[in-house]
Design a protein. Structure first.
Length: 268
């Protein structure tokens, strides 16, 4: 599939915006489920963009920077996964697997920008001592602009290269099916790696029962043809209901505890 100059330019502009948004602005536009939908709409296939973005979101849900360490960049990975899926007609999981090298490259770029900007923090300290607000603002704009520009260049390059690579990838897919199967398997495993990282960080012993109940409920709903398409949404609603009930119960306990030993109200 060939992309025109306007589509390529719009993808570059979007990559620039979300590259900045990752650390500034709304800090939510850069999420793969959003970037996938926007890039899909730009490239003329919103449905594929939503599917790929949602899949990539599951993969990166547990990724977070720790100290100076940066995870594979979700922005470039999500954009390129959508480009490969739409431009080359790849399966969703194969497109996600093929986009991983771009995500790693994005990780290196973020680290590079942080490294270059680190020595400039002493200049920012001096500006703060002098009350030079405009200088600090310019320094922040410089960092944001540099990061956004790098993201835009890589995504435009990947978009142009990905377009030229489409025929080759299709030939490889037909002639060497095991390669695409491997990419598909790798992409499929990554969403579970993301969840494993998330659970390792936040799961406590008292939540294991809810975790297994949610897994069982998702599996049961998934096997019902009429409900399988909205299984994740239905399980999310059940989770929200449990969370609200738990919150309200804990609030009630704290309020009652603050009233002493209670009394005879409501027969208790």
């Amino acid at each position: 599939m060939e992309f025109n100059a306007i589509q390529i330019l719009l993808v570059g502009v979007w990559a620039f915006i979300v590259g900045i948004d990752q650390y500034n602005l709304l800090e939510s536009l850069y999420q793969p489920i959003v970037t996938g939908a926007v890039v899909g709409a730009i490239l003329g296939d919103l449905n594929t963009g939503l599917v790929v973005g949602g899949t990539y979101q599951l993969m990166t849900i547990g990724n977070m920077p720790v100290g100076g360490a940066q995870p594979p960049n979700a922005i470039i990975g999500g954009i390129m996964a959508t480009v490969f899926a739409i431009g080359s007609g790849l399966d969703t999981t194969a497109a996600v697997g093929l986009a991983v090298p771009f995500a790693l490259f994005g990780q290196y770029m973020v680290t590079l920008v942080f490294t270059v900007m680190s020595p400039l923090m002493s200049s920012a300290d001096k500006m703060a001592e002098k009350g030079d607000v405009k200088g600090i603002v310019r320094l922040n704009y410089l960092a944001m602009g540099a990061l956004g520009l790098l993201f835009a260049v890589v995504c435009i390059g990947g978009l142009i290269g990905g377009t030229a690579l489409g025929t080759t990838l299709q030939t490889i897919s037909d002639k060497y099916g095991w390669i695409m199967d491997g990419l598909g398997a790798a992409g499929g495993m990554m969403r579970f790696v993301g969840f494993a990282i998330l659970l390792r960080i936040m799961l406590s012993n008292e939540l294991w029962g809810i975790y297994f109940a949610g897994f069982a409920l998702a599996t049961i709903i998934g096997y019902i043809p009429e409900l399988s398409g909205s299984a994740l949404l239905l399980v999310a609603f059940v989770g929200i209901a449990i969370a609200l009930n738990d919150f309200q119960t804990r609030v009630a306990i704290r309020q009652n505890a603050g009233n002493g030993n209670g009394g005879d109200e409501d027969g208790i």
